[in-house]
Design a protein around this ligand. Structure first.
Ligand SMILES: Nc1ncnc2c1ncn2[C@@H]1O[C@H](COP(=O)(O)OP(=O)(O)OP(=O)(O)O)[C@@H](O)[C@H]1O
Length: 317
């Protein structure tokens, strides 16, 4: 690896960070999300496909955390487990310290495709997340407001994201980027504190995607929701995240953790910073390594049982 963590952090800063870290441990609130040793294998009649192997990660309240890994490594499966759609064979999921493994209704979710209902207006699509929220959710009851107030709030949000004129329009009249903004608002206005965003910009053209990244960055910096974000784009992960977990090829385990060193607020220009370019190069090397492992696994059918975890996670700050 060409870049060493100390290239970015002076010894003095490291001391300060350690002290700040220790102070934080003492006063720390439990993480918004904590995955502790999650493992899952899909079982079919005679075979087993190990997909996740002891994946652990943390999203602190108000953090933007990304997951990046080769295609087919198990990222979406992990989201299904967090959302309670799948039960892990090993490991626990905790939100704010409470074990929610296998429970549904605790997260708001934004999928790759905007998934707006064509028969509902933009405004009604945005309100859907609140309509579907389970009543037992503590956050939901604290935000319990009248229908009229919810519509007023949603309209204000639509104005803020440049969709005010499209409140009564149907989804097919919106561009791809506009639909994604509406889908993001739906997740943002849902009462659950944690948002899971599964490659939300993958279907957009390059220019719209760059605009949407800037838009998301600004929206997130204003609202500071806890976010877990799946992306295939290293640049996107570095631009948006506080921390990045790099997954290995299947069965996925965490092989690198990067505490992204760039200050906020961040803007597109940061992508030209030599340190940003260096991190991008480093991470591209890691991803290439994992992709080759995945290709090897596919070429050797028995390779799906290979254990890619050596138990060590490389942590960079
Ligand atoms: N219900 C299922 N039954 C059996 N195998 C499954 C099931 N769901 C997913 N898989 C397999 O598990 C592996 C991981 O899939 P998953 O969709 O989680 O990967 P991913 O990292 O999200 O991929 P991508 O980045 O391409 O979206 C794949 O090999 C997939 O074929």
């Amino acid at each position: 690896m060409s870049l060493h963590p100390t290239d970015l952090t002076s010894p003095h800063m490291a001391d300060e960070q350690q002290r700040a870290g220790e102070a934080q441990v003492l006063t720390s609130t439990p993480p918004a999300l904590e995955l502790d040793g999650i493992s899952l294998a899909f079982r079919e009649k005679r075979s087993s496909l190990p997909v996740l192997q002891e994946v652990s990660l943390t999203v602190k309240p108000g953090e933007f955390v990304s997951l990046i890994g080769p295609s087919g490594s198990g990222k979406s499966t992990l989201f299904h487990i967090i959302g309670g759609l799948l039960q892990p064979q090993q490991g626990r999921i905790r939100m704010h310290g409470r074990d929610i493994t296998g429970e549904r209704g605790h997260i708001s979710y934004m999928p790759q495709q905007p998934a707006l209902f064509p028969w509902r207006t933009t405004l009604d699509n945005i309100l859907l997340g609140q309509e579907n929220a389970p009543r037992k959710d503590a956050a939901a009851s604290s935000r319990s407001v009248s229908e009229r107030e919810r519509r007023k709030e949603a309209l204000q949000w639509l104005e803020q994201v440049g969709l005010g004129k499209f409140a009564k329009a149907y989804p097919h009249t919106l561009s791809g980027g506009m639909q994604q903004r509406a889908a993001f608002l739906r997740a943002l206005l849902s009462p659950q504190e944690l948002m899971l965003l599964d490659e939300p910009f993958s279907a957009l053209d390059a220019l719209t995607r760059a605009d949407m990244q800037q838009w998301l960055l600004q929206m997130w910096e204003k609202n500071r929701r806890s976010v877990l974000f799946i992306t295939h784009s290293i640049e996107e992960a570095l631009l948006l995240s506080d921390r990045i977990y790099v997954l290995s090829a299947r069965p996925a385990s965490v092989v690198h953790v990067v505490d992204v060193p760039f200050p906020r607020p961040r803007r597109e220009e940061i992508t030209l910073d030599p340190r940003f370019v260096e991190w991008k190069r480093t991470m591209t090397g890691w991803m290439r390594e994992e992709k080759y492992k995945l290709d090897d696994n596919i070429n050797n059918a028995e390779g799906v049982h290979k254990n890619t975890s050596d138990g060590g996670v490389n942590h960079y700050e």
